[in-house]
Ligand binder design. Structure first.
Ligand SMILES: O=P(O)(O)OP(=O)(O)OP(=O)(O)OC[C@H]1O[C@@H](n2cnc3c(O)ncnc32)[C@H](O)[C@@H]1O
Length: 184
């Protein structure tokens, strides 16, 4: 089983490696995860679920191309913020493309609310969440480690673990009976 993911972000790659091992290792023996740098094609700070989904899809498709069209699956993970009513949430969207068929699976991490303090910096000061988290914590590259999710939950749910649930959901069409549950 060969999976290619369209990012070199350490938290995202760690999520794909651990998730792929959990869901495929027994059935497929060995699982190889290749990480390639691709452009998401969306803004560096996606501001809606639709925009984050577009980024995830492009990452998955470009990852397959960049691996020479040999991988079984391409994976794209895109973090962003989205507004529901008058509240803003952060979450990651996951897209899985099966190379042989072009079939696509979708999932997302759980969402968590962003404070007005952080959203003001994103909207008014046009800063990326990653930059804001580095500023507020005094750390560098929070996005590649615990992520905002890990910092704001005091280490109880980091970015890699939170994204893992969404990735399992995105693989769902390839894990359960196609004929019985999924559109052909
Ligand atoms: O582009 P790659 O290298 O894959 O990694 P990234 O961290 O930039 O990931 P995204 O493009 O998916 O994220 C979109 C923006 O949201 C930020 N972001 C999303 N989730 C985050 C988190 O948990 N912690 C810090 N920043 C986060 C991220 O840094 C970007 O500014």
């Amino acid at each position: 089983m060969h999976i290619v993911v369209g990012t070199t972000n350490k938290a995202k790659v760690a999520c794909v490696v651990s998730t792929a091992e959990t869901i495929f290792a027994v059935a497929h023996g060995s699982v190889t995860v290749e990480a390639v740098d691709v452009v998401s094609g969306v803004s560096s700070q996606p501001m809606s679920a639709e925009e984050s989904q577009r980024g995830a899809l492009q990452r998955a498709k470009l990852a397959i191309e960049q691996s020479g069209n040999t991988a079984d699956f391409g994976v794209g993970l895109e973090g962003g913020v989205e507004q529901i009513g008058d509240r803003w949430f952060e979450c990651g969207w996951m897209c899985v493309v099966e190379r042989a068929t072009g079939r696509i699976g979708w999932g997302s991490s759980a969402r968590f609310e962003m404070s007005q303090k952080i959203m003001r910096k994103i909207i008014d000061e046009k800063k990326e969440l990653a930059e804001i988290m580095d500023e507020l914590t005094g750390e560098t590259d929070v996005r590649s480690h615990a992520g905002a999710m890990g910092i704001l939950t005091d280490g109880h749910l980091g970015r890699a673990a939170a994204y893992s649930h969404g990735l399992i959901f995105a693989f769902a069409p390839f894990l359960s009976d196609r004929e019985k549950y999924w559109d052909s």
